[in-house]
Design a protein around this ligand. Structure first.
Ligand SMILES: [Fe+2]
Ligand SMILES: [Fe+2]
Length: 154
């Protein structure tokens, strides 16, 4: 059973946020609708903000009283199963990519919810819960773009 620290969990989160940002920048190029582009750009910027929040938490020790070296068991986190298609290929439709984006956001939400459960009762729990809510909001925004596109085509 592998053991990881809160520090490692936050580093994984940083990595996840970077990937989400890069993904949205690619999606931004793919979209032609200006309204949809604006929303995706906003989401990309929010992922940057998430990175900043996590970095700040690590640097200032905002969640320090539980200790960055607090250990927990990671085998039941289920993060390993969250395999995401990271590559956007030419033959994908915008709908395909938006579906991937929604899955991406679902996984991010679950990732933070599981971390919140792991650190229940601590300041880190609140932090992770807040992140989970933001990722849920991201998913809803993408769902709206998706619905608009599907509606327009039918
Ligand atoms: Fe995020
Ligand atoms: Fe997100």
């Amino acid at each position: 059973m592998s053991e990881i620290t809160l520090k490692k969990a936050l580093e994984d989160a940083l990595d996840k946020e970077q990937k989400a940002h890069d993904f949205y920048m690619k999606l931004y190029d793919l979209l032609s609708d200006l309204g949809a582009k604006a929303i995706i750009k906003e989401l990309a910027e929010e992922e940057v903000k998430h990175r900043e929040m996590i970095t700040k938490a690590m640097e200032t020790g905002k969640i320090e009283h539980i200790g960055l070296d607090t250990k927990f068991y990671t085998t039941d986190l289920g993060i390993a199963q969250m395999v995401l298609p990271q590559v956007i290929t030419e033959d994908m439709s915008v709908q395909d990519v938006l579906r991937i984006a929604m899955k991406h956001e679902d996984n991010s939400r679950i990732f933070y919810e599981k971390l919140a459960e792991k650190f229940a009762g601590s300041e880190a729990e609140e932090f992770f819960r807040r992140m989970a809510v933001e990722e849920a909001n991201h998913r809803n925004k993408i769902q709206n773009i998706y619905d608009d596109i599907v509606y327009d085509e039918n």
